[in-house]
Design a protein around this ligand. Structure first.
Ligand SMILES: NC(=O)c1ccc[n+]([C@@H]2O[C@H](COP(=O)([O-])OP(=O)(O)OC[C@H]3O[C@@H](n4cnc5c(N)ncnc54)[C@H](O)[C@@H]3O)[C@@H](O)[C@H]2O)c1
Length: 129
């Protein structure tokens, strides 16, 4: 094996090792409930997901572009049929659920779920570009 190949194999091994350590760290933080979940989009998918993560004991920081939704969560109200207001109120009281318009808040999250609408192209097909 040449010098370049050895060096590239070394980089791959180092990255693999870092990935394993990171994965183990995140799993440990999820298990001991110290992980902070970031969530983008508080709609029909995002809000129930935020509530379930909070009920599981994880802190959730959520971001939405709609100030009415952000205000509703911070005032402990749900706006969707299956997002029970009493769950939102309990999570707010426990300090487990925050909503904001500010993406910078996600710097405190250990993992982020994106729950925004799928972008559609001119023909209404999914545009994943
Ligand atoms: N609702 C379902 O049953 C369902 C099922 C399967 C998959 N999905 C997929 O899940 C995703 C979310 O669906 P949904 O039903 O929750 O949509 P939704 O329209 O109810 O909610 C989307 C939320 O994202 C917010 N948002 C939009 N752009 C944003 C941005 N740039 N930054 C932050 N927030 C933003 C909106 O204000 C809204 O609150 C979509 O991709 C959808 O295709 C939904």
């Amino acid at each position: 094996m040449g010098q370049a190949a050895r060096s590239s194999a070394g980089v791959v091994a180092t990255l693999d090792s870092a990935r394993r350590v990171l994965k183990q760290t995140v799993l440990t933080m999820i298990n001991d409930r110290t992980a902070v979940v970031g969530l983008i989009g508080l709609g029909y998918v995002g809000l129930p997901l935020a509530v379930e993560a909070g009920k599981a004991g994880l802190k959730v920081i959520s971001v939405d572009v709609d100030p009415r939704k952000v205000d509703a969560i911070n005032e402990a109200r749900s706006y969707i049929p299956d997002g029970k207001s009493e769950d939102v109120a309990a999570l707010r009281a426990a300090g487990k659920l925050e909503a904001t318009l500010d993406y910078a808040a996600l710097q405190f999250a250990d993992a982020v779920s994106i729950c925004v609408p799928t972008p559609l192209g001119k023909t209404r097909d999914r545009d994943m570009s």
